[in-house]
Design a protein around this ligand. Structure first.
Ligand code: C5P
Length: 224
């Protein structure tokens, strides 16, 4: 059976990653969380005090960043590693969410990440989630999904996720963060978040994760 690429793009906190991960597991495909890559870059830039407005500093910092995903047998989870260190927990914190859209709008950052993502998916058989997968990274993806959901519902989901990890964040702050990220992501000059003309829109406001997963798998089944 031929292997395909499944691109899941959309707004922040619509359930893209959870859905993508489960689809990949059910299909025996690899899963690549491209948002985690931009988060890891943001963490490195913060740690190294990189001036975001200085392209030379940005390019030289990017040369020292190596991002990998390790599958943890014990937890059954994919963990993001930055230069060999597990940063999975750190990159999900609010202080990273608050800067990641500015970092990911930098053209040099996008170029470096997109090149890596193309390489990671070159053998196909991957589910990749992000903001520009169907438009820029894999414009030839066989399945393209564009996810959206009501902002309040997204914020509640995000708040629950953060709480499960021990971080208590005010709902208003989460709504502000989601709206700010969506605005930067949709209006940036370099590959802004936009629905690819051949992507199917999925509003997850009133869907369970299981329903979302089944829906994507149905789309995939029609193209294999
Ligand atoms: O998917 P997640 O919400 O973790 O992504 C964090 C941020 O990374 C997004 O808000 C967006 O600014 C950026 N991003 C991006 N392109 C991608 C994936 C994420 O610009 N392909």
């Amino acid at each position: 059976m031929s292997k395909i690429v499944i691109a899941i793009d959309g707004y922040s906190s619509c359930g893209k990653s959870t859905t993508a991960k489960a689809v990949a597991a059910r299909m025996g495909y690899g899963y690549i969380d491209t948002g985690a890559m931009y988060r890891a870059v943001s963490l490195f830039f913060t740690q190294e005090h990189v001036a975001l407005s200085n392209p030379r500093e940005v390019v030289s910092a990017l040369e020292n960043i190596h991002i990998t995903f390790n599958f943890n047998q014990r937890t059954g989870r994919n963990e993001t590693c930055l230069n060999g260190l597990n940063v999975e927990e750190e990159i999900r914190k609010m202080y990273i969410s608050n800067i990641v859209s500015e970092v990911s709008a930098i053209p040099e950052v996008r170029r470096a990440m997109v090149a890596q993502q193309k390489k990671m998916g070159r053998r196909r058989g991957v589910v990749m989630d992000g903001r520009d997968i169907g438009t820029k990274v894999f414009p030839d993806a066989e399945v393209k999904v564009f996810m959206t959901a009501d902002t309040y519902i997204r914020a509640r989901r995000r708040q629950r996720e953060l709480l499960e990890k021990g971080e208590l964040v005010n709902l208003e702050d989460i709504i502000k963060n989601i709206e700010k990220r969506d605005l930067i992501d949709t209006t940036r000059a370099e590959s802004p978040l936009v629905q690819a003309p051949d992507a199917t829109l999925l509003d997850t406001s009133h869907m369970t994760i299981e329903e979302q997963v089944d829906w994507v798998i149905q789309q995939a089944d029609q193209r294999i």
